[in-house]
Write a protein that binds this ligand. Sequence first.
Ligand SMILES: [Zn+2]
Length: 139
Amino acid sequence: MYRSMADNLTHPQRHLCMSHNKGKNTSPEMLIRRLVYSLGYRYRLHKKNLPGCPDLVFLSRKKVIFVNGCYWHRHKCKKGYSMPKTKHAFWQSKFSKTIKRDKRNYKDLKKLGWKMLVVWECQLKNIETVKAKIVNFLE
Ligand SMILES: [Zn+2]
């Protein structure tokens, strides 16, 4: 498992956070972590006391980055629109719960004075654009 120097949460804390957020420590997130780290920014991971348990937390800037999988978080792209072939209603309700939860978390973060950026999995194909976006967001 990749661990950055900024990864200063203890193991039990990480576990607690991850148990509520399936799909953490997936490769798109690793890519973004490495990118952000290489740009010279330092961050914390999955702050469990923040709404939505953001993937990267920039405490002094009061900013967070979410790295969202297009499928699970229903991005408005090809992957986000695709549906499982069976148990359609089940997945539909599961997905709409995820969307609702995301929206609520983003709203709560905003209320607490945090600024947030969502990086979508499909955007990683164009890493230079993502890089510019992140720098623009953090500065
Ligand atoms: Zn997408």
